[in-house]
Design a protein around this ligand. Structure first.
Ligand code: G4P
Length: 189
């Protein structure tokens, strides 16, 4: 997606060989016009998938997720990271380890929002090692629903998430793929 690639080029800040800061349009300040285009692009890419729900994880997945859900005219569900006050039998729970943050979160989704027969599109802002996407996919499968695909705004293709998800049989569509952040420069795949 050229518009997004230009934005990464113009505003992305390489923090290290591993981390790209995009807080001017995705992770802190959010660019709604760009997010609207992201939603349209995921809708175009997954138009044959008969998606019935979009699933993301708080917080930065919500903007691309809601724009995609709006365009598809289906509900958006965001997995919560905090422990829910809801009774445990009413929620799906998965553990997600973040290599970037070196912490494990329990992510939760209320059982009433994903049902057998649903075709769920998983959307997230970043794909690194794929832990978040795998955790969301396990929740969809716990529900007896189907993962229709995985839509990623920015994939760091030098980390293994994209390959691992594809090997597990998921269709992954990344709008921008980064081959390297070496020497402070963003190189696109
Ligand atoms: P993984 O799910 O693919 O394995 O990724 P990882 O655990 O490494 O990512 C943990 C958090 O760090 C996620 O945000 C993810 O979006 C973010 N992240 C990973 N790599 C980068 C990067 O290069 N740049 C930026 N800006 N973020 C990155 P999170 O903890 O869920 O936070 P948030 O959604 O509340 O912002």
């Amino acid at each position: 997606m050229q518009l997004l690639q230009n934005k990464v080029k113009e505003e992305g800040i390489v923090l290290s060989g591993q981390v790209l800061k995009v807080d001017s349009f995705l992770n802190h300040q959010m660019d709604p016009v760009l997010m609207k285009e992201v939603g349209k692009e995921f809708t175009r890419l997954f138009k044959e998938a008969n998606v019935t729900r979009v699933l993301t994880i708080e917080s930065s997945g919500i903007a691309p997720g809601i724009m995609t859900a709006l365009e598809m005219e289906v509900p958006l569900i965001f997995a919560r990271k905090q422990k829910s006050l809801t009774l445990r039998e009413d929620i799906f729970v998965e553990k997600v380890y973040s290599f970037t943050k070196q912490e494990t979160n329990e992510i939760t989704v209320a059982k009433k929002f994903i049902k057998p027969g649903d075709k769920v599109l998983i959307v997230d802002d970043f794909l690194a090692n794929g832990e978040a996407a795998f955790g969301l996919a396990r929740i969809v499968e716990q529900a007896g629903a189907e993962v229709a695909g995985i839509g990623i705004v920015i994939e760091k293709a030098f980390q293994p998430g994209g390959r691992l998800l594809a090997e597990a049989g998921y269709r992954v569509e990344s709008l921008v793929r980064i081959a390297s952040l070496d020497d402070g420069v963003v190189t696109f795949a």
